[in-house]
Design a protein around this ligand. Structure first.
Ligand code: GTP
Ligand code: MG
Length: 356
């Protein structure tokens, strides 16, 4: 089982061979993708014996803070209350709201739980728990749509946007590593020309992952850096070009206009670009995530969301809030600072990890 090979870090060459063998195709099955990402967390043998899947155990560990605030609280609630009454639904509502599921999504979920119980004529708390998990999974599935790299685009350009410090540059490094591992030729564009250290940060990641970075000096025009990088990528037959941008407050209209300019200029190079506009959202942001997505979506039509820092927050419920409000596909989730800490988003796994 490859999972065990990955745990034995001494046997690095075996691990790398295994990775290459499985990552050369775009059409990775979910289980292959999961196995390739199974890295540090060791599953206790007794859980393995009980049939716990390694990737699921890992994800549960990484999302344990949200689980504490979500699944565990619900379990406590259901262990106290065995009968369904209005108090139980009120407490459930509070738990969902506290985990940042958002008012509209909370109402929708609770309403659907009620209907489902009525339809099936059930009235014990286990049934509520089951129905709740079903409803949350259904909502989480609305935004499950993996990012596919259209190979007819040379290069396929991913523009990465978001407010300051959410993990854009780190996510770019993670994506670059992932696509390189799948046998693609990857290039990065240092479109964050605003902060002195930003170009250096991207270059450092590029060196670490052995991926070329197209950069100009701090203060250069971001749109032209990305435009030039697109030309260079074409000349070098790059498959995937990922462009960084400076973090900006979604409330600052001049900075949002600058983003509009970036995609306008990109379209002069390739009228179908950017082929993916990813917004990176810090999983701990809470309700503010909604206004971030709304404003960034006005400036540049967003095609995907990455929710980062889910390893450090009890507020992973924000995913449901975004799903219900916008329905924009969640492509990946970030679960740590290393370049391997990016997971393709799988709704059922996510729900299982936060409610188990
Ligand atoms: N725990 C954790 N930390 C993360 C994750 N993603 C990014 N970080 C950390 O968040 C901090 C900011 O990351 P950056 O990638 O520089 O964020 P950014 O959005 O590019 O920031 P600006 O360019 O300044 O807007 C760094 O310390 C990262 O290591 C994650 O999934 N989990
Ligand atoms: Mg950055």
């Amino acid at each position: 089982m490859k999972f065990f090979k990955r745990k034995n870090k001494k046997d690095k060459s075996a691990v790398e061979q295994t990775d290459q063998a499985t990552e050369t195709t775009d059409n990775l099955s979910t289980s292959q993708t999961r196995e390739n990402e199974a890295v540090d967390i060791v599953v206790p043998p007794e859980l393995l014996a009980q049939g716990v899947e390694p990737h699921q155990y890992q994800l549960s560990q990484q999302l344990s803070k949200t689980n504490d605030n979500f699944g565990k609280k619900m379990k406590q609630l259901f262990s106290i209350k065995k009968q369904i009454d209005e108090d139980l639904f009120e407490e459930l509502e509070t738990t969902l709201l506290m985990a940042d599921v958002g008012a509209a999504a909370t109402m929708e979920v609770i309403e659907n739980v009620r209907k489902s119980l009525k339809r099936r004529n059930l009235s014990d708390s286990d049934a509520v728990f089951g129905a709740l998990k079903e409803q949350l999974t259904a909502l989480a599935q609305v935004v499950e749509k993996p990012l596919e790299i259209d190979q007819s685009k040379q290069p396929f350009v991913i523009l990465v946007v978001g407010v300051n410090g959410v993990g854009k540059t780190t996510t770019i490094a993670k994506l670059a590593r992932k696509y390189k591992g799948m046998g693609k030729k990857v290039m990065l564009a240092a479109g964050d020309t605003f902060r002195a250290a930003a170009v250096e940060q991207l270059k450092t990641w590029g060196e670490r992952e052995d991926i070329p970075v197209m950069a100009q000096s701090t203060g250069a025009d971001s749109a032209s850096v990305i435009f030039d990088a697109m030309n260079s990528a074409k000349a070098k037959n790059i498959d995937v070009l990922i462009a960084d941008t400076a973090g900006r407050l979604h409330t600052q209209s001049n900075l949002m206009q600058e983003l509009e300019k970036i995609s306008r200029v990109m379209r002069k190079n390739d009228e179908t670009a950017p082929h993916e506009t990813l917004i990176v959202i810090d999983g701990g942001t809470g309700q503010n995530a909604i206004s971030q997505v709304r404003e960034f979506n006005k400036a540049n039509k967003l095609t995907g969301v990455v929710i980062t820092k889910l390893d450090g927050t009890p507020k992973g419920g924000v995913l449901f809030n975004l799903a219900s409000e916008f329905g924009i596909p969640v492509r990946f989730i970030g679960v740590g600072e290393k370049s391997t800490d990016l997971k393709p988003y799988v709704a059922a796994d996510f729900v299982e990890a936060i409610i188990n």
